[in-house]
Design a protein around this ligand. Structure first.
Ligand code: FAD
Length: 393
């Protein structure tokens, strides 16, 4: 991989996003956290500047979809506000089902609205009794003429109540496990879709996380994604491509916290000199920077592989590694940033306090980091490395 993985044009786009993040989003971050209100003004900034277009092909009104640039956008925005970075990550999460499994008609119907940001997307897999174990889901979809009737509920759905379009998973064969699950695109206005409680939470407070109820929700059979029974496969193919986005959110948080702690350490003096000149602090800063850089290399490699068409096991493994490493780094580095600021780091007046709270969720959603480790180990166990052993005397 070249030293600078981005082309000149991509660097220019990164520069624009960075400027937008610094000038329009950073000044809002503390208030978004404090009010815990969904930041529609940030969505408007993204719409005005075509940021959602980075995720989509030109034929649907985008700028030419690039996984790598999507990760760069999420990283740059999350450096200043992880709630705002998540808006881009979930737009991709909510669009991927249509991009990967949609018919031409479904793509024409839905993607332009997602590419412009007129609609926000959402992905509804988790239920009260099924998080890591999605085969245990209980929502059901029954074919009735040329419509599906859906009953059940979802929990912890990001963008609940603000999304225009939900990718919904429900069982068309309730007695089956994974193979009984099907995927659907559901417009927020569909009769029978109701949004329940929006959860108060530790971090990413401006993002909505809520319950969705399906009470005899009727959707056209034309809204089925792929074939009946393919839902679990679709859900996993989506996650292979969306998990790096959570990695990018984690990396943005880690780099933002490192940058803040560095400036603070240059200015805060104890025992006659800036704390950055105390060896234990400078060693911490060096570790934080090194972890961010290592995380970025893994993440960008994953983005490039998606853009080059990687699929299957190869993608599953690197995507899980990128999510795992970037988000573990996010938690370690933001915690260290709080430590470097001392008592001030614990105060809400300083952004590292928010960054540390925001970082925690990146280790939990889109598959907990325990699940990422299971996925990576499963892929390793399938690989044949016996030749290495054979060569060792
Ligand atoms: C803020 C927020 C936003 C979210 N957004 C979305 C969304 O938009 N769409 C959506 O569908 N879901 C969403 N989720 C749900 C999220 O993906 C799940 O919470 C997560 O996958 C874990 O599921 P669970 O909470 O049921 O935990 P459980 O599955 O009950 O797991 C509990 C603990 O056990 C561990 N564990 C479980 N199984 C194993 C195993 N086999 N081996 C080792 N350890 C294991 C887990 O890692 C975890 O530590 C969101 C959650 C939150 C908190």
């Amino acid at each position: 991989m070249p030293t600078e993985p981005l082309t000149e044009e991509q660097q220019e786009i990164r520069g624009l996003i960075r400027e937008l993040a610094r000038e329009r989003i950073a000044p809002r971050a503390a208030e978004i956290d404090k009010s815990a209100e969904f930041p529609w003004d940030v969505v408007e900034v993204f719409r005005e500047h075509g940021i959602f277009g980075v995720l989509h092909d030109e034929e649907y009104g985008g700028l030419g979809a690039s996984a790598l640039m999507t990760l760069v956008a999420i990283e740059e925005i999350s450096k200043v506000c992880a709630t705002s970075g998540l808006i881009i990550a979930v737009q991709e999460l909510g669009s991927l089902g249509i991009k990967l499994a949609g018919t031409d008609e479904q793509k024409q119907r839905f993607l332009p609205k997602l590419a412009s940001g007129e609609w926000l997307g959402a992905y509804a897999l988790t239920e009260p009794g099924s998080g890591s174990d999605s085969a245990a889901m209980r929502s059901e979809a029954r074919l009735d003429g040329d419509e599906y009737v859906v009953n059940g509920s979802k929990r912890f759905i990001t963008n609940a109540g603000v999304a225009g379009l939900y990718t919904v998973f429900a069982k068309t064969e309730p007695s089956e496990g994974h193979s009984g699950i099907s995927a659907f695109v559901v417009e927020a206005s569909a009769p029978g879709l109701e949004v329940g409680r929006i959860e108060p939470k530790m971090g990413i407070k401006g993002s909505t996380t809520g319950e969705i109820f399906f009470n005899d929700l009727r959707i056209s059979a034309a809204n089925l994604l792929g074939e009946e029974g393919e839902g679990f496969k679709i859900a996993m193919r989506i996650l292979d491509r969306s998990r790096p986005g959570i990695g990018a959110q984690g990396l943005g948080l880690a780099q933002g916290a490192t940058d803040y702690a560095l400036e603070y350490a240059k200015n805060r003096e104890t025992m006659g000199k800036p704390i950055a000149q105390h060896q234990l602090i400078s060693a911490s800063l060096a570790d934080m920077e090194t972890k961010c850089e290592a995380a970025r290399l893994l993440l960008y490699k994953c983005g490039q592989m998606i853009d080059d068409g990687a699929d299957g096991s190869e993608l599953t493994k690197i995507s899980a590694m990128a999510k795992l490493y970037c988000t573990d780094v996010a938690m370690e580095v933001t915690t260290e940033a709080v430590q470097i600021l001392g008592g001030y780091g614990y105060m809400q007046e300083y952004p590292v306090e928010r960054m540390m709270r925001d970082a925690k969720i990146t280790q939990i959603y889109e598959g907990t980091n325990q699940i990422q480790r299971l996925v990576i180990a499963r892929e390793m166990l399938r690989e044949n490395r016996a030749f290495l052993l054979a060569g060792v005397g």
